[in-house]
Design a protein around this ligand. Structure first.
Ligand SMILES: [Zn+2]
Length: 250
């Protein structure tokens, strides 16, 4: 029997994408930006499958080999799941920091930040090489920590959902925003990360939880809508697929 779960997950993901695209504020230059971002989406969909599979293989290898720190500790299963998810989330935070602070990693990640606006399509705007970095980094994390394979799957599903929601050009009602941002990265918080200049670009690195930014002093609350996109990006580079793909090498 074919497992219906991947197809159901893909449909659910497409529905969330469509819903966010419908409720977003208009007037964000979609006609110019979306062809490029949606072209990168095709790569992203492939990457979205490759990334969890790559990291899952690392986690399954560790499980089969009895490898990993969490397996050496006498902990109840729910605690292992919770710590495993937190370890993946923390590692993902540090990966994002590294993508900004290490020269060659920034060249790859910069493609995501050259978008001249931020909306749900920006969530798919990544250079394909970033997937290789993610698999290496999070695969090593999952294997070393001994994160159960099922936890890896749940982690990637939540990251994908949070990635879509945090890029959407939506504003939560102020009361809801205040409550949600105590725990989660909201679109308002993530837009700060897409500011055109430092130091704001190096703030609000989290994807799902706001706590890592709080803990490591990288959280900044937005002071207003503010501009997005890198200020030194040649506009010709920002929305041409070919230019974006060679951007890390120039
Ligand atoms: Zn970034």
């Amino acid at each position: 029997m074919d497992d219906p779960l991947p197809a159901m997950a893909l449909v659910a993901y497409a529905l969330v994408f469509g819903a966010l695209a419908l409720v977003e504020q208009p007037g964000i230059n979609r006609s110019r930006r979306w062809p490029t971002n949606l072209a990168l989406t095709l790569g992203f969909v492939a990457i979205s499958a490759v990334q969890p599979i790559g990291v899952l293989l690392a986690a399954e290898w560790a499980e089969a080999s009895g490898f990993g720190l969490l397996r050496a500790l006498p902990l109840p299963q729910p605690v292992v799941w919770l710590i495993g998810w937190a370890v993946m989330s923390l590692s993902s935070y540090w990966l994002h920091v590294a993508l900004h602070r290490v020269g060659f990693l920034w060249r790859i990640h910069r493609v995501h930040h050259t978008d001249s606006a931020v909306d749900v399509s920006t969530a798919h705007r990544f250079h394909p090489l970033e997937a290789v970095v993610v698999i290496g980094w999070l695969g090593a994390t999952a294997a070393l920590a001994g994160v159960p394979p099922g936890v890896v799957l749940v982690f990637f599903a939540l990251e994908a959902l949070a990635n879509l929601c945090s890029h959407a050009a939506v504003r939560l009602p102020p009361g809801v925003e205040r409550v949600v941002r105590r725990v989660l990265i909201t679109p308002d918080l993530h837009r700060v990360h897409h500011a055109p200049t430092l130091p704001l670009t190096d703030r609000n690195f989290g994807t799902t939880l706001v706590w890592w930014d709080r803990l490591f002093g990288t959280l900044v609350l937005p002071s207003g809508p503010g501009p997005v996109g890198l200020d030194r990006t040649d506009p010709a580079d920002a929305h041409r697929l070919g230019r974006l793909l060679i951007l890390p090498f120039r």
